[in-house]
Write a protein that binds this ligand. Structure first.
Ligand code: 5RP
Length: 236
């Protein structure tokens, strides 16, 4: 069997450490984020025998399929008012735990689930470890917008100082724009180095046509970063 790449080993190491250290037997409702690192979170949870009554709230289609694939119980967001703990990936994390998310286009559900969670734990490989947001993730800040309003929002973002906001295309690009689970589009907006994350998040959210923005200031309690040497670094 082919051995895992260093990146995959780093993802697995941080995800396993996060589950082992943070997921207690009394957790009744657990949020599951999106992306490739979270796959290892669910893999590790599926190895536990002490979580028989736990339900798992997905942050999108991929996340729901993952929960089902590992034989765990999918919970319905319409039936719960709070979540004990959520594990999610990130695209860039700074030392204060502010982060950029939405590389996988699930940012609205991810922020919703994070906002309902008593504890929000990030898992990421060390490529996401950053001194200041905007210095490592070069794709820009993901923003979920109504298809009806995308051009208006692009112009608003230029007025806010973004040089080149881009409408994210699907795969293949000729099929048109990427469409989120909510039927919305994604604009990737590069603001360079982001010195005031709280202000920028508020400015973008205030634009008519924006559902949400992939800036998550002050939401995470802890981040587990998988290093390429197989160790894990924790940010608090
Ligand atoms: C999806 C996300 C993901 O959590 C983020 O893109 C990280 O993904 P990965 O673990 O694959 O690097 O925000 O919207």
């Amino acid at each position: 069997m082919a051995s895992k790449s260093l990146i995959e080993q780093a993802k697995q190491a941080c995800a396993y450490a996060a589950v082992d250290n943070e997921l207690k037997s009394d957790a009744k409702v657990v949020g599951i984020g999106s992306g490739t690192t979270v796959v290892y979170v669910v893999e590790r949870i599926s190895q536990r025998t002490d979580l028989k009554d736990t339900i798992y709230i997905p942050t999108g289609f991929q996340s729901k399929q993952l929960i089902l694939q590992y034989g765990l119980r999918v919970g319905n967001i319409d039936e719960i008012s709070s979540i004990d703990i959520t594990f999610d990936g990130a695209d860039e994390i700074e030392p204060s735990l502010n982060c950029i998310k939405g590389g996988g286009a699930c940012l609205f559900q991810e922020k919703l689930i994070a906002s309902m969670s008593k504890r929000f734990i990030l898992v990421a490989d060390d490529r996401k470890d950053s001194e200041i947001l905007g210095s490592r993730w070069k794709q820009g800040v993901p923003i979920e917008v109504s298809p009806y309003a995308y051009l208006k929002v692009i112009n608003d973002l230029i007025a806010l100082g973004c040089q080149n906001p881009l409408l994210r295309m699907g795969a293949p690009a000729k099929a048109g724009p990427a469409v989120t689970d909510n039927g919305f589009f994604i604009i990737d907006a590069d603001f360079g180095i982001i010195k005031d994350v709280v202000k920028l998040e508020a400015q973008i959210k205030a634009l008519v046509g924006v559902l949400d923005v992939g800036l998550f200031p002050g939401m995470a309690e802890k981040a587990y970063l998988g290093m390429s040497d197989g160790t894990t670094k924790t940010l608090l």
